[in-house]
Design a protein. Structure first.
Length: 245
């Protein structure tokens, strides 16, 4: 498997599920690969890190969030990139629509989070996506480019980056864009990266109602470098099927 498959558990899971699922993934050739990434709730990352060693697992860990503050201090409830790095975290999801909308994360906050991840040697998974109204008004490409332009403000050295396109109207709805619509945005992101980030290795993912039934079609699109999986990643059989595309 040459494509990147990222499981975003969101605020789900338990100690028992982490133990059972990671054991299952480590025992399967399709999932025990470095191209498989598990984004677990932060509270379970220490346990997952221990299991990675015990199981001699090849898959990677991601955090669903990181503090915009990189130095230890009086930031009650925050978890820094330095802390996450201690638990074998290689990726951090930044800019997911749920963080932007529910927690009102602004561009400046997202930029701080990206730079915090980079300072600790972790790869950001930067999410972009439009809502239904923008899609219906045909203003979505301009909006997506505006979201991408935040990346041009990064002041730190950048060598690896993952960009995930998640149309908000497809997240958790069971409705996905057509393969042509997905390819259109994948091409848009690749062209942006080639023009403005030519020195960066950029992988482009699709996310939004990805499941075992549609993953093969999505992953067969040449411009798709992988997928960001939500609900289907909570079921071992479904997620394993996606990884075995």
């Amino acid at each position: 498997m040459s494509k990147l498959i990222v499981a975003n558990w969101k605020m789900n899971g338990s100690v028992n599920q982490v133990k059972a699922d990671l054991a299952a993934y480590s025992a399967s050739q399709s999932t025990n690969q470095p191209g498989v990434v598990l984004a677990l709730p932060q509270v379970y990352l220490p346990l997952a890190s221990q299991l990675l060693t015990q199981l001699n697992a090849q898959f990677k860990l991601a955090s669903q969030n990181v503090s915009q503050f990189n130095k230890c201090g009086a930031y009650t409830g925050e978890v820094s990139a330095d802390m996450l790095k201690e638990f074998a975290v290689d990726y951090i999801i930044i800019g997911h629509s749920e963080r932007r909308q529910i927690f009102n994360e602004s561009g400046s906050v997202l930029l701080n989070k990206i730079e915090a991840a980079l300072l600790c040697g972790m790869t950001p998974i930067f999410c972009i996506g439009e809502d239904k109204s923008l899609r219906d008004q045909h203003n979505y490409t301009d909006f997506l480019v505006q979201q991408l332009e935040l990346l041009l403000q990064i002041k730190l050295p950048l060598t690896n980056l993952v960009i995930a396109y998640e149309p908000i109207w497809a997240i958790g709805t069971g409705v996905i864009p057509s393969m042509e619509q997905i390819d259109e945005i994948m091409q848009l992101i690749h062209v942006f990266a080639q023009n403005y980030l030519p020195h960066v290795k950029v992988s482009v993912l699709y996310g939004g109602s990805v499941n075992g039934k549609n993953a093969q079609d999505i992953l067969s699109i040449s411009t798709v470098d992988g997928v960001l999986v939500g609900g289907a990643s909570l079921k071992v059989d479904d997620f394993s099927k996606i990884c075995a595309y």
